[in-house]
Design a protein around this ligand. Structure first.
Ligand code: GTP
Ligand code: MG
Length: 195
């Protein structure tokens, strides 16, 4: 699935702009700056397929990427703090929630959690939304390269504790580093298995 072409399809700013729901879809959700777009690039092996930035609020559209014509990989705008005008942020947060709760072909939502920060209240809000709409989500820890082993264990315990309270949560965590390549093969295999 990742061996062939992974091409950008389109960026969407309204539900009416979504491509036809004709194949399985996997999306990456998470707080602004958690590393969603970087993970798309790392998974596909394309340095600048998705635009990344140090500034939270870089991705402002729902971006669709084609995986071998079989599956869509979707990069979402972040939730939580973003360095962008409030009206704009409001609009994309509304769209994000509509998409996460109302897209029929959404097979799994990967909720990215920064390994340094663990699950925050805004993450819980999104998780509760998916519980309500019965959309399975799985947590992916990002930036694990920034932590020492002992520090990571503490955060993982917090995340596992929070996930246990969410019926739509898939219990297994994936630990990743887009910078160092950790966990990418595992995540690719999971995504391929959902096609
Ligand atoms: P928004 O589009 O603003 O919601 O952010 P995003 O979640 O798409 O984050 P993005 O991929 O743009 O990455 C944010 C910052 O984190 C960038 O400076 C990345 O270089 C950095 N980053 C992402 N993944 C990793 C990682 O695995 N390790 C390290 N050390 N830095 C990372
Ligand atoms: Mg982004």
């Amino acid at each position: 699935l990742f061996a062939g072409d992974c091409d950008f399809v389109k960026g969407v700013v309204a539900m009416s702009g979504l491509p036809p729901a004709d194949r399985p879809e996997i999306c990456l959700a998470g707080r602004s700056n958690v590393g969603k777009s970087s993970l798309i690039n790392a998974l596909t092996g394309r340095k600048a397929l998705a635009r990344t930035s140090n500034t939270p609020g870089r991705t402002q559209e729902i971006n669709f990427f084609d995986l071998g014509g079989l599956e869509y990989l979707v990069d979402l705008p972040g939730y939580g703090y973003a360095n962008a005008p409030l009206a704009k942020v409001d609009a994309w947060q509304r769209l994000l929630k509509q998409y996460l709760s109302g897209r029929q072909t959404l097979r799994r939502v990967f909720v990215l959690i920064d390994a340094r920060h663990g699950v925050k209240p805004v993450d819980e809000e999104i998780m509760a939304l998916m519980d309500k709409s019965a959309v399975t989500f799985q947590c992916v820890m990002t930036k694990v390269d920034k932590l020492k082993a002992g520090e990571l264990d503490k955060v993982l315990a917090q995340v596992r504790g929070r996930l246990a309270t969410h019926p739509a949560a898939f219990p297994e965590l994936v630990l990743t580093s887009s910078a160092k390549g950790e966990g990418l093969a595992t995540l690719r295999a999971i995504i391929a298995g959902l096609a």
